[in-house]
Each structure stands twice: as C-alpha cells, then as structure tokens.
Write a protein of this length. Structure first.
Length: 210
C-alpha cells in the first residue's frame, strides 16, 4: 500500500481561496480592526485630499488607517516592515486588499494624519480592551508593557498610549532612513536569494541526502 501524504503542489494556479474573506478566521484581530475603522468618522482623512479627482491616485484612506492601526496594535513600528508584511503576511494582505503601499507612502500618511490616527488608535485600543482581546491586551510603550484594561485606563489614556506608539514609529522611521536611505532595507538579502544556486550533483546510484 503506498504512503499517504497530503498534496503539496506549488505549481497550482490558486494557492489561496479566491475570496479574501476566506483567508482568515472570522475571529481574527484584522477583522476586528477593519470593522472598528469602518464605524469611525474618517472625514478628517478624506478631507485632506482633492475632491476634483485630479492628480495621482492615492491609497484609500480607510485602508491605510486600518493597516497602521493593525500594525501598531501588533507591535510593529517600522514602515519598511509594514511594507514587507503586505507581501508576506496574510493578515496584512487582507487589510491592504492585496495592495502594497511602499514605506515612504506609509510614513508620510502617518505624519500627515498623526493627530487623527492617535485619536482613532486610542479608540480601537479601548474597544479591544472592552472585547477582551488578549493579543493586544499588552501594549509595549518604550519597553514597558502596559495592560490595556478598561477598568484601569480611561479613553484619554489609550490615546496617550497611541501617541507614544506613533512617536516610536517616527523614531524608528528616522533611524531606518539614516541607515537605508530610500531603500527598504532588505535589498541585499533579496539579491542574495536571486543568485543562481549551484546545481546539486548526485552520482549515479547514490541517493541525495535528506
């Protein structure tokens, strides 16, 4: 009787379900963040863009807000890493609807809307605490873990936490800009992966290792 293994065909056309709704479980934090953002007033974000439709198309503000809030809630501060996550991480891909805003766009959006993002992020942290979401129950601020609990912090305290997180993101961005310039920071690793690997030579009658 032949051995029985699950199929592993990397050449199949669809590696993921056709609908983004099927990519994550319904109780995932990403859906919670998106639903929270959907219910909030985003007029401050939309009002910053031209109403006549002229100029270069911008990323949808609601998507960018959801992306930043989700990333910061998960402890991610680097715009460059957020950009990479939009390629490599399923939850980020769902939030960004398979778009990949570059790190410069992400950083500029944060800087342009810092006050509005801090207010919304503070509200989302409060909602997370009320909902008992443990994965964002501990929010790291300057290396200190603060338990986000509705009984311990008022909404204004959540907004203060959010502002400190945004300040961290700004510092991380400045450090990475100095280190990498306009680059994303992983170009060297990507080039290394593109180098053609030597072909594995196996002598006749000799099985490959592993």
């Amino acid at each position: 009787m032949p051995q029985n293994f699950l199929g592993c065909d990397r050449e199949q056309v669809l590696l993921m379900p056709a609908s983004l709704r099927e990519w994550l479980p319904q109780n995932h934090l990403a859906w919670f963040v998106l639903e929270a953002v959907e219910r909030m007033d985003l007029s401050a974000f939309y009002g910053a863009y031209r109403a006549d439709g002229h100029g270069r198309a911008a990323h949808e503000p609601a998507m960018m807000v959801g992306l930043l809030i989700y990333a910061y809630a998960r402890g991610q501060r680097s715009s460059r890493r957020i950009e990479r996550s939009c390629i490599e991480d399923v939850a980020y891909r769902v939030i960004a609807a398979n778009q990949v805003p570059d790190h410069t766009t992400i950083a500029r959006f944060r800087q342009r809307h810092e006050d509005a993002i801090a207010s919304l992020f503070g509200d989302v942290l409060g909602l997370c605490a009320d909902a008992g979401l443990c994965e964002v129950g501990l929010v790291a601020v300057d290396g200190t873990k603060m338990r986000a609990s509705a009984s311990q912090h008022a909404n204004r305290d959540y907004e203060q936490i959010a502002r400190e997180i945004l300040e961290q993101a700004d510092k991380v961005g400045a450090q990475e800009d100095e280190q990498f310039g306009d680059g994303r920071g992983d170009e060297a690793a990507a080039r290394a992966c593109d180098v053609k690997r030597p072909r594995l030579m196996v002598s006749r009658g000799q099985a490959p290792a592993g």
